[in-house]
Write a protein that binds this ligand. Sequence first.
Ligand SMILES: Nc1ncnc2c1ncn2[C@@H]1O[C@H](COP(=O)(O)OP(=O)(O)OP(=O)(O)O)[C@@H](O)[C@H]1O
Ligand SMILES: [Mg+2]
Length: 478
Amino acid sequence: MSSLSKGRSPLTIEHVDAYIQAFSSQCVIVVDGEGLIADCSAALLQEAGYTLQELKGMSLQQLGIESSFSILQDQYLEAVSRSSLNPIIRLRNCQGDVMNRRYAIVSLQTPDGRPYFSMHMDRVCTEEELSLLQKFAGTFMKDINLGVILIDVQFRIVDISDMACRVLGLHREKVVNKPVTEVFNAVPSHHQLIQPAILNGVVVRNHAVSWTNNEDRYELLLDSNVLKDEAGRTVGAYVIFKDVTNLRSLEQQVQRSDRLAMIGQIAAGTAHEIRNPLTSIKGFMQVLKNTFIEKGMVKEQEYTDIMLTEINRINELVSEFLLLSKPKNVSYHKVDIKLVMREILPIISNEALLHGVSVQYDAIPGLPKVIADSELLKQVFLNLCKNGIEAMADGGILTITEKVDYEELMVHIEIHDTGPGIPNFVIDKIFDPFFTTKENGTGLGLSVCQRIIHDIGGTIRVASKGYGTTFSVSIPFP
Ligand SMILES: Nc1ncnc2c1ncn2[C@@H]1O[C@H](COP(=O)(O)OP(=O)(O)OP(=O)(O)O)[C@@H](O)[C@H]1O
Ligand SMILES: [Mg+2]
């Protein structure tokens, strides 16, 4: 009996039954001091296909285990002393199938001093399973629409999936076996996708990051974790990410249209209520003004002029509000964009002149007509051109270009300025109502434009790369 008492000092347990109950879902066998089976967990009985009565008091050979318990224990203690993987045991179930298990042995003792040992067994992959897993891993890295990066303990890239290469702008053969720090050396450390801390066991779940690769911007959702061997040592780490760019922009669009709808409701409710009293104030103000003129009260007359201008400003603001809610008297018909442009060019040129900006309009012959309200289209192009001109405070060139896509049946009008561009942290907000960076701006210009263009099935996109901005208005044609 004492020949079996090797290794660490035993763990005192109340009763073998209670101990085995605690591990019912794992494969566990408890042997007594003679190396005979004293108890088995429910999971083990189910896998082996025996009842407890059939195994109790039997030697381990009943389960097809060829070595005696004493030898198994020696093998385990040796593995522990060498800090290597736990040894493997071969069991046979009642049908004769062989099951490979890695095992650990815990030395136990009941309060009355009786020794027991529990064998805890983990499943080990068979050769076939292993090769299947390897095949799966290979296909997974190639086909799966997920970014996967495997890192070793030296913080080098062991493998990278095709999708990760595409999104991060890397070539697999150029980065495998390279240190992460070298591969991403151009990226500031706090923007790095793979942080050295992941090797210290920092687990990341659903971490949202933005990644810019040349001109493409990706919204990624990232998970990372360490990989450990059976002995609990860190052997590497992995990073997995999903590309949620489309989802994010969809979410933002929904939020934006929600906000627009809400503002629209408020606007519709209040705009009329503001306009009516304004009309009477304006009327009486004009009467007052006339009286002041008659009485030669010059100063008072100037005051009324200022008040009238201010009332007009409020009126204009309210009109924009109303447009946001539901444009009134909209009349859709076939519109020739060239005619729209011709009508607004004098206004744009005048504004441009004031800012020292030159305007270039490249009309193309035979631009298809679009279905729209020409007055509203004028407003869109005026707003966009005005923004461009306002962005070029120290002069520049405003270019208006037309393009036709006969495959998609779309007309594209691009308004490009040579201004300072729109910073990344601002660009997501510019279409939001009331977002403005200008002292006297209302921040309604772009949201009104977007509303008008959306209503005719078109889109407005913005591209800005630090220098210069291009707004592209795309409108379908029949
Ligand atoms: N071409 C551009 N270049 C740089 N920034 C721009 C440009 N167009 C728009 N923006 C930015 O977008 C913001 C919102 O534009 P928007 O037209 O909606 O409002 P606004 O121009 O500020 O005010 P309003 O149009 O009512 O006078 C601007 O304040 C500016 O910061
Ligand atoms: Mg504007």
